[in-house]
Design a protein around this ligand. Structure first.
Ligand code: NAP
Length: 245
């Protein structure tokens, strides 16, 4: 059995996921960083390992349920434990509802929501055997408040909240907590594509007047994964600079 606590983090190659991988490794976890492409994952894990931390890349398309379940299972089997699961990877396929086709809806639901159902179902068994575990799902303020042009994305992110609250109730008796972090606008590839004009307009409605940094989400995830949050479950922590009051 790995002596370190083991964390499985999806979407670990860039943005918020990369910051979560780096932070959990810094906090002493062995981190399995999951994404579809190897180069960035490898670079992040190599850097962590060179600095004395412990991380490994794992290539999985989280929209492929069988492959994803197998990856979670392999992690628990190889390391003899799975302490923390972070469902972070997500995609957008924005469009107004009248023009949104089935494929755009299904792709977002499968990647953002069904993947979390699959990982949680698979991780629950080793966590139950270990009599404890932490599940952290990355939602969005779009899932809390809705957003025009993001019916698919908001539905997936709101779905994560219902999923998490249900899992929290179901697994509490096994000492497994399940919480949600709902970021607002964070500086990553996902928001870099917004025009400067839109970014300026958004900042006007953020009381802290700036986009968040990926590390500011990772620190909340670290709290939920760490020793100071043992009595916190079924919660949605909004991290958005005060935007959704
Ligand atoms: P990002 O920069 O676009 O990164 C997405 C990550 O997910 C990448 O590592 C990507 O790696 C991975 N990924 C995407 N599809 C995947 C798939 N099918 N299988 C495996 N990995 C996949 O996104 P981000 O901004 O960091 O966002 C991270 C999470 O926070 C998402 O769930 C997002 O919805 C949520 N969020 C972000 C913001 C924001 O402002 N940035 C706000 C609210 C919520 P590969 O492409 O290599 O697979």
């Amino acid at each position: 059995m790995n002596e370190k606590r083991v964390a499985f983090v999806t979407g670990g190659s860039r943005g918020i996921g990369a910051a979560i991988v780096q932070r959990l490794a810094k906090d002493g976890f062995h981190v399995i960083a999951v994404a579809r492409s190897l180069d960035k994952l490898e670079a992040i894990c190599n850097q962590i390992n060179a600095e004395g931390g412990s991380a490994e890349p794992m290539i999985v398309d989280i929209a492929d349920s069988k492959a994803l379940a197998a990856a979670v299972e392999k992690t628990a089997d190889t390391h003899g434990r799975l302490d923390v699961l972070v469902n972070n990877a997500g995609i957008t396929r924005d469009g107004l509802i009248l023009r949104m086709d089935d494929e755009d809806f299904d792709a977002v639901i499968d990647t953002n929501l069904k993947s979390a159902f699959v990982t949680i179902r698979t991780a629950a068994r080793p966590m139950m055997r270990a009599k404890g575990g932490r599940i952290i799902n990355i939602s969005s303020v779009s899932g809390v408040a809705g957003n025009a042009g993001q019916a698919n994305y908001a539905a997936s992110k709101a779905g994560l909240i219902g999923l998490s609250k249900s899992v929290a109730k179901e697994l509490a008796g096994k000492n497994i907590t399940c919480n949600v972090v709902a970021p607002g606008f964070i500086s990553t590839d996902m928001t870099d594509s917004l025009s400067d004009q839109i970014k300026d307009r958004v900042k006007e409605v953020i009381p802290l007047r700036r986009f968040g940094q990926p590390q500011e989400i990772a620190s909340v995830v670290a709290f939920l994964a760490g020793p100071d949050s043992t009595y916190v479950t079924g919660q949605v922590i909004v991290v958005d600079g005060g935007m959704v009051m």
